[in-house]
Design a binder for this molecule. Structure first.
Ligand SMILES: Cc1ncc(COP(=O)(O)O)c(C=O)c1O
Length: 453
């Protein structure tokens, strides 16, 4: 298929090959075991790396062409497909940052996704956290360029990467251009978890990490673009260290399955044509609708946060509810939200939402009757002491204890719920009373701690 876009053609080589293969009637004496027979219905298009289908980790054909299309669309020096989400891309991005460094150190804003911690365990890098001046929710970590500059200026050892999450689960974004400028002045690559922001490049003022100077970032295409679950990109920017683009494929392979999903690869391939064919206009219209809905909810008495374009985040606590209670109101109105915690309720929109979706939200939250109950989190976030490295803690023997008994013990597995998969306390850190209170607040009853000798 070749889709014409403003005088250019965007081809979809993976989709074309697989469709041709499905129609060929060839006897499938290869994996997968369904042999293309319709059990769910999608099996005929679910193939493996047969002749002509290219290889995800050594592409020379249709996958290479499709990735080049994606790189062109995003303005990347290199774009690498993942069928295993941003989680794989995060590990690969960190592997690139630590490559060749004797005692690697990563400076990271604290609201990391748990994939960052698994990377720390597997790659065994040291880490230092960037703590914001104020923090009243697990999901956010408002790190400013000034704060980063101060941190980098006071470090004894130069980190081999600065790692931030923007947008975060609540839709907060960081000043990535400012952070990139600071990183550049210290000669440290800026690595961005942009899992929630694949669409940002297509806004009237492009705000994707690569537009703002990041060395590398991951995008979960499946979160904000019409891509099947697991579809993601690792993008390398033009100012990245030279080895990033050269070694990215190997880094992705290190953490990837040898059986990538061709359904997801087709979906990523088809997304190129979708993005090249009027997506910007659709995105602008969607942004206007979300904005109008924000206005309507504010007029109805809800506190709606200022966020990135495609998220609508209700400050439920400030509106007199818990986030979960708002989620229940929405559910009764036929709407399922992305995320709810004691303080917030998060809705995610894309141009694929129709008018009925917007109407239902407006109807379900027509009146804010502000019942009793919610108390904003507002607890001081502790800065837990580190007793051992993430790797030591992850690979040490663990025991499960009631969270009340965790005080004084070393965290083994990060205490994390999914979503938002941001750890309350990380492997190797010591539980104190505040950490225990926070675990309770976020609904944890037990914690995995390192066994004492
Ligand atoms: C901020 C953030 N980073 C990374 C990830 C991991 O993305 P994926 O599910 O595509 O592996 C998530 C998933 O929710 C996320 O919220």
């Amino acid at each position: 298929m070749r889709i014409r876009t403003k005088g250019n053609f965007m081809d979809t080589p993976i989709c074309d090959f697989v469709r041709g293969y499905a129609q060929s009637g060839v006897s499938r004496l290869h994996m997968p075991g369904h042999k293309g027979q319709p059990i769910l219905g999608c099996e005929s298009l679910d193939i493996t790396e047969v002749a002509g289908a290219d290889e995800l980790y050594a592409p020379t054909g249709i996958i290479a062409q499709s990735e080049a299309n994606a790189a062109g669309l995003f303005g990347a020096v290199g774009t690498f497909y993942s069928t295993e989400g941003s989680s794989q891309c995060i590990r690969a991005m960190l592997a690139l940052a630590v490559q060749g460094v004797e005692r690697p150190l990563i400076l990271a804003a604290r609201n990391v996704h748990k994939a960052f911690l698994s990377a720390a365990a597997l790659l065994d890098f040291d880490l230092e956290w960037l703590w914001p001046e104020e923090r009243n929710t697990l999901c956010a970590c408002p790190v400013s360029p000034a704060l980063l500059k101060k941190a980098l200026g006071s470090m004894q050892r130069r980190p081999c990467g600065v790692y931030v999450t923007s947008p975060d689960y609540l839709g907060n974004t960081l000043d990535l251009a400012g952070l990139a400028a600071v990183c550049s002045s210290y000669g440290v690559p800026l690595l961005v978890d942009n899992a929630h922001g694949a669409y940002l490049h297509f806004l009237p003022s492009p705000a994707h990490p690569l537009d703002l100077g990041a060395a590398a970032c991951c995008d979960s295409a499946h979160k904000t673009l019409p891509v099947l679950t697991g579809g993601a990109y690792l993008h390398i920017g033009k100012d990245a260290p030279a080895h990033f683009a050269r070694e990215a494929r190997r880094a992705m392979e290190l953490f990837g399955s040898t059986s990538p999903s061709y359904l997801t690869l087709q979906s990523l391939d088809r997304a190129n044509a979708y993005l090249a064919d009027g997506y910007q206009e659709k995105l602008t219209r969607c942004a206007e609708r979300v904005d109008a809905l924000r206005g309507a909810l504010r007029r109805a008495g809800w506190t709606v946060r200022e966020t990135e374009t495609l998220k609508l985040t209700l400050d439920a606590a400030a509106s007199g509810y818990t986030g979960q209670a708002v989620a229940e109101l929405l559910r009764r109105g036929g709407v399922e939200c992305e995320y709810a915690d004691p303080d917030f309720t998060v809705l995610m929109f894309t141009p694929e939402n129709d008018e009925a979706d917007f109407t239902r939200v407006a109807e379900a939250l027509r009146y804010n009757e502000a019942p009793v109950g919610a108390t904003p989190c507002g607890e001081p976030f502790v800065k837990p002491k580190r007793a051992m490295s993430v790797r030591q803690a992850v690979f040490a023997p663990h025991e499960l204890v009631p969270v009340e008994q965790a005080a004084g013990r070393i965290c083994g597995a990060p205490v994390v719920s999914c979503p938002p998969a941001v750890p309350v306390i990380c492997s190797g850190e010591v539980f104190d009373e505040t950490a225990v209170r926070l675990c309770r607040r976020y609904g944890f009853e037990t914690a995995e701690v390192v066994c004492e000798l």
